[in-house]
Design a protein around this ligand. Structure first.
Ligand SMILES: Nc1nc2c(ncn2[C@@H]2O[C@H](COP(=O)(O)OP(=O)(O)OP(=O)(O)O)[C@@H](O)[C@H]2O)c(=O)[nH]1
Length: 410
């Protein structure tokens, strides 16, 4: 099993080049162009196995689009320098080992990550360099916040966090004014260095101070969610899962489907995983136990690793995860872990008691119905997205030129 909790090694400071707001702005413009280009090309890329509902356009989650249907909602990663933003992104989405993050250089420009082509989850992460002053008048922060679904603010819990809290307050109040629908997610990060008591005390203190500051500013209606995270265990994946779940409009439907599936199959617990990131996008309504979640993550690692070694063709063709992907792992505590492919990007991982697993035929039949229902949920969503895109396109065509004449005869 590859994800056993690791001990954090000693920190090592890297050089921190400065970057001005101008540079950030230029970057920002490029980002917008790239964004639209990426959108235009989206769906006709690598995914072409013709399995409607399980690949490319068919299987993505297009989150609420408060700004426009053409700009994908973003997840912003913000925080002071060296708080751990790039590490989080690399560990969660690039399978970087936590120890390797010691050698990450300080980010000196906004990095945008598209999490849509390799993963079921369709969103962007904007990793902001800690030193960037995006409230500089030349920096168009309104444009950034307008298209944002969630703002993750990372606080280094091993450091003095007073400056981070001031920055957090400023960021949240500005962002809220531009877009009150943003979910504010606060990662109290690097908690691997704190004792259990210290963790709780730090969370309580940060919670109290931030909410007091908001109340003083008359903004107590802003809701902040807090998570204790570390890249050295699964807490960062769990926190990210919760952040992403809030952006999935179909979540209640997925949860209902999972509830029906487990109750009719004698299953203890089931997670719907995004295979690439190991974020679980939904689970049934029984409480999530961290150890169970960790075992599921380990199982995905095992399946993908073995598949990479033995599942690809001699010339390296094929993918380590496809329609045939399935795995059964029997643990020594009478529990069985059962993994099955749901879509090109999603896997269902279940915890089943050995005696219930004897009725595997029933589980497989119910799974077949569950899989079909999931595909239907996203087919409906796809139809809505496509018709909205079509409407937008028509509106653009009809839009009048500056002298008032239509671009094409109406
Ligand atoms: N102990 C511990 N260290 C961490 C954790 N996450 C990140 N780090 C370390 O924190 C340091 C800074 O991490 P970065 O990811 O470069 O921080 P950043 O916020 O992106 O920094 P800037 O690019 O300067 O804004 C690195 O040495 C990481 O190894 C964590 O969960 N625990």
């Amino acid at each position: 099993m590859s994800q056993a909790p690791r001990k954090p090694p000693q920190r090592q400071e890297a050089a921190e080049p400065e970057a001005g707001a101008e540079e950030a702005e230029e970057e920002e413009e490029e980002e917008e162009d790239g964004e639209l280009a990426a959108l235009a090309g989206y769906g006709d890329g690598a995914e072409s196995d013709g399995d409607a509902g399980s690949g490319g356009d068919e299987a993505f989650l297009d989150f609420n689009d408060p700004f426009s249907t053409e700009v994908k909602p973003r997840i912003l990663l913000m925080g002071l320098r060296r708080s751990g933003k790039s590490s989080i992104q690399k560990v969660v989405f690039h399978k970087m080992s936590p120890n390797e993050t010691l050698f990450l250089e300080s980010t000196n420009k906004i990095c945008r990550e598209e999490v849509s082509n390799s993963s079921f989850v369709n969103f962007q992460i904007w990793d902001f360099p800690g030193q960037i002053d995006f409230f500089d008048p030349t920096f168009d922060y309104e444009m950034i916040f307008r298209g944002t679904g969630a703002l993750i603010f990372v606080i280094d819990s091993q450091d003095d966090y007073m400056e981070a809290l001031a920055r957090l307050h400023l960021t949240v109040t500005r962002a809220y004014k531009v877009n009150p629908d943003i979910n504010f997610e606060i990662f109290i990060h690097k908690v691997d260095g704190l004792s259990d008591d210290h963790k709780i005390e730090t969370q309580r203190d940060i919670h109290q101070r931030t909410n007091d500051d908001l109340a003083d500013a008359g903004l107590e209606k802003i809701h902040l969610s807090f998570y204790l995270t570390s890249i050295y265990d699964h807490s960062i994946f769990e926190a990210f899962s919760k952040v992403v779940q809030k952006l999935i409009p179909q979540l209640p439907t997925l949860e209902n489907l999972l509830n029906i599936f487990i109750s009719n199959s004698g299953i203890e617990k089931a997670f719907l995983f995004d295979v690439v990131s190991k974020i679980y996008i939904a689970t049934d309504s029984t409480p999530v136990d961290m150890q169970t979640y960790e075992l599921c993550c380990d199982m995905i690692d095992v399946v993908i690793d073995i598949s990479c070694i033995y599942g690809l063709k001699d010339d390296g063709a094929g993918t380590p995860y496809d329609k045939e992907s399935t795995a059964i792992i029997k643990l020594n505590n009478t529990t069985v872990l059962y993994l099955k492919e749901v879509t090109k990007f999603l896997a269902l991982v279940c915890f089943v008691r050995e005696e219930s697993f004897e009725r595997k035929g029933l589980i497989d039949y119910n799974f077949h119905c569950f899989r079909k229902a999931i595909h239907e949920v996203f087919e409906v969503r796809m139809k809505v997205v496509k018709s909205r895109k079509h409407q937008n396109h028509m509106q653009k065509i009809k839009r009048a030129t500056p002298n008032g004449t239509p671009r094409v005869p109406l």
